[in-house]
Design a protein around this ligand. Structure first.
Ligand code: 13P
Length: 256
C-alpha cells in the first residue's frame, strides 16, 4: 500500500501564494511511486492549481464538497464541479463537524457524492478531549466511522481513505497535546477491526488509515511507524514548505 502525505492548508494562502508554494514543491519533489503526496488548498485555488500541477508527481484534494451535484444550494461547491480537478477530498474534518455543525448523516452523503464523482474521500474521524476523558473514544470512533460510511457499499470501500485525527491533538486546539504512538495504535486497531467486522477482511484490508494532529518533522517518523498507519494528514506544518518537504523525505526513508 502507498504511504500518503496529505497537507491540509485549511483557510490559509491566497491563490497567488498557493501557486508559488506549489511551483516550489513541484521542483523539489522526488518521483517516488510508493509515496502519494497531496495538498488540499482552499476551493478558490483548486482550478488554477489543477492546471499547474504535475499529476505524475502529486495530487490535489478539496477540503470539502457538497452532496448534491447541482441545484439551489447557495454558496456550495459540488463534487460534480470538482470532478476531474481533484483526486481526493477531505470529508467530515473536525472543523466542519464542530464549527460548521456537519453531522454523520450529511458526512455520509458527502462521502457517497465524492465516490459517485470519482473523487476519493478522506473521511476524517476523531474524538474530542472530554470524550476521551470519559472513556467514550471507542464509541465515538465507531459511530463516526460507520455513520460516515453508511452509504458506502462493500465494493466501494476500496475507494475510501480514513484519517484518524483526535481533535485534542490538532495544533489549533486550546491545549493541544501530542498523541502517543500507543494511543494512535489503539484507535487505528479499532478502526481496522470495525471495518473488518462490517465489510469483511478482503474489503477492509486495503483501506488506508492516516493519522493527523500536530504532525511535524520531529514526530513524523514515529507516527509513520505505528503499525496500521499508512500516512499523515498535516495541518500547520504543511504551511511551511521546508517542513512539508522534510516530512516527505522522512516518509520516503521510512518506506525504504
Ligand atoms: P495540525 O497539523 O495543525 O494539528 O492540523 C491537523 C489537521 O487538522 C489536519 O487536517
Amino acid at each position: 500500500m502507498k504511504t500518503y502525505i496529505v497537507g491540509n492548508w485549511k483557510l490559509n494562502f491566497t491563490v497567488g501564494e498557493a501557486s508559488i508554494y506549489l511551483h516550489k514543491l513541484l521542483k523539489t519533489l522526488p518521483n517516488y511511486r510508493d509515496l502519494e503526496v497531496v495538498v488540499a488548498p482552499s476551493a478558490l485555488a483548486l482550478q488554477p492549481l489543477s492546471l499547474q500541477i504535475d499529476r505524475h508527481k502529486m495530487k490535489l484534494a478539496a477540503q470539502n464538497g457538497f452532496y448534491r451535484d447541482t441545484g439551489a444550494y447557495t454558496g456550495e461547491i459540488s463534487f460534480a464541479q470538482l470532478r476531474g480537478m481533484v483526486d481526493y477530498a477531505l470529508v467530515g474534518h473536525s472543523e466542519r463537524r464542530y464549527v460548521l455543525h456537519e453531522d454523520d448523516k450529511m458526512i455520509a452523503k458527502k462521502v457517497a457524492a465524492a465516490i459517485r464523482n470519482r473523487i476519493t474521500p478522506i473521511l476524517c474521524i476523531g474524538e474530542i478531549e472530554s470524550e476521551r476523558a470519559f472513556g467514550e473514544t471507542a464509541d465515538v470512533i465507531r459511530d463516526q466511522l460507520l455513520g460516515g460510511l453508511s452509504e458506502v457499499s462493500d465494493d466501494e470501500l476500496s475507494k475510501v481513505i480514513i484519517a484518524y485525527e483526535p481533535v485534542w491533538a490538532i495544533s489549533s486546539a486550546k491545549s493541544a497535546k501530542l498523541a502517543t504512538p500507543d494511543e494512535i495504535r489503539e484507535v487505528v486497531d479499532l478502526i481496522r477491526k470495525t471495518l473488518l467486522d462490517t465489510y469483511g477482511a478482503k474489503a477492509a484490508e486495503g483501506v488506508p488509515v492516516l493519522f493527523g494532529g500536530s504532525v511535524s518533522a520531529a514526530n513524523a517518523g514515529a507516527y509513520l511507524t505505528v503499525p496500521g498507519v499508512n500516512g499523515l494528514l498535516i495541518g500547520s506544518s504543511s504551511l511551511i514548505l521546508s517542513e512539508f518537504c522534510d516530512i516527505i523525505e522522512i516518509a520516503k526513508r521510512v518506506r525504504e
